[in-house]
Each structure stands twice: as C-alpha cells, then as structure tokens.
Design a protein around this ligand. Sequence first.
Ligand SMILES: Nc1ncnc2c1ncn2[C@@H]1O[C@H](COP(=O)(O)OP(=O)(O)O)[C@@H](O)[C@H]1O
Ligand SMILES: [Mg+2]
Length: 250
Amino acid sequence: MLLEVKDLNVSFGGVKALDLSEFKVADKELRVIIGPNGAGKSTFMDILCGKTMANGGAVSFNQQHILGKREVEIANLGIGRKFQKPSVFSRLTVFDNMLLATKMPKGVFKSMFFRLSGEMTDKIHEVAAKVGLSEHLNKLAGNLSHGQKQWLEIAIVILQEPKLMLIDEPAAGMSDEETYKTGELLLELAQTKSVIVIEHDMNFVKQIAQGMVSVLVRGKLLMEGAFDEVRNDQRVIDSYLGRSNAMLEV
Ligand SMILES: Nc1ncnc2c1ncn2[C@@H]1O[C@H](COP(=O)(O)OP(=O)(O)O)[C@@H](O)[C@H]1O
Ligand SMILES: [Mg+2]
C-alpha cells in the first residue's frame, strides 16, 4: 500500500472533524472521496499534505511515517496537493507559473548562471499539452477561464512529480465539457501515480471511479465500495445523496 492511515483523529477547538480508523490507497489507484459539506474531506487532505496537525493516529506514506512532518518534507516525499480554491500567480504567465513549479535538479538556483534547460522547457510543453494549455502558455494566468485555471493548478501538481496527487473538487464551477476533460485527465494520471479526488458531481464521480469510492460523513468513513454499490446504498442516500450538496443526475 502506498498510503495507510490508522486511527487518525483531528479536532478543532474540541470538535472532532476527523475520526478515521482505517484508510488505504494502493499504488496507481484512483480513489474518490464523497460526502456532505463539513464531513472532513478537505481536512483529510490538509493532514496528508502537512498543512494541518493531527491529534493522534498514524499515517504512513511509501513506508514512512508522515504525521508531524512539515509541508515541504511531505511534498519532497511525493505528495502533491491541488487546493479547492485556485492559487496560481495571476500576474505571471502560464509558462512561468509552470516553471516555478518544476522540479529542479538540486542546487540549480545556487548557480549564478541558471539557464532554462531544454529539458525543463520540453517538460513544461509536454505537461501543458496534457492539460490542454499548449495554446495559452504566454497568457497571464489571471486571464485564463475558471476551467483553465484549474487545469493549470493540476499541471503545477504534475510538474512536482508526486507519487500521490490530492485533488480537491476539481470540477466545481466547470462546464460539462470541461468536467469531462478533467475526468479523462485524472484517469490518465492514475495510470502512473495514485490519485485521491474529492468531488460532489456524481456524473463526474461515475466517469472516474473505476475502483473504490469512500464516503465520509461527520468525520467518519460511512462505507467504501464500487460506484454502483455506493450509489445505491441506503445509508449513503440518507446521509448524503438524498439530501445535501450532491449533484445527482445518475
Ligand atoms: N482550520 C480549521 N479550523 C477550525 N475548524 C476547521 C478548520 N478546517 C476545517 N474545520 C472544520 O472541520 C469540519 C470539516 O471541514 P472540511 O474538512 O472543510 O469539510 P469538507 O471538505 O468535507 O466540506 C468543518 O466543521 C469545518 O468547519
Ligand atoms: Mg472541502
């Protein structure tokens, strides 16, 4: 297993936000997490990338314990995160945003004679093509459409070359066509790395969920199963699909 979580506890001011007894993700698995607003989904990603401290439990990633490690250390171990809110530099071009994210050979910034290597430029072009931004590399990131900004954020995570990508609500605010393209992109990425996706749009979930879907409710794992199993589970319908923010068309 690439990721193994055991008895993970997180509280904010005495209120339990997360109480996960067990959660595992395999190498090259695409896992979808669904659940009502406030269920603790984003908090879980905050823990996995070191942004928030846990109160207890154990998280092992690639055979290493990561609870208590700083964000940079965890990023260097290979966990990359795309946040729910866009965070690109709007006054830089798409290319420069991507350049800033590119994994550099050690010490490259120490050199006074740093020059953009052909290898790095190639890599940026390759990733831009993958996320559909080839034609927009010289645009200011601030001038991209909402969907394109999301793709730039995904590109930035790809360029960090993580083993595990955490993607929080990528399709929020996207058109149906953009959503579909995002789904295809995530499926492609999952061929070479593990991906955890949080999402509310059940059409999108259906598109990308080839494996297990985990349902988080009030900080706890309600159930895990294949899409159809989860979709038809009475407990999931009662606590999430039938009542809340789930976008249900399937
Ligand atoms: N940094 C924080 N400080 C205090 N409370 C927080 C913080 N982050 C999240 N919470 C609370 O934890 C709960 C889970 O939130 P969140 O993980 O954002 O849910 P989700 O992503 O499933 O909608 C909510 O009640 C939220 O208000
Ligand atoms: Mg959230």
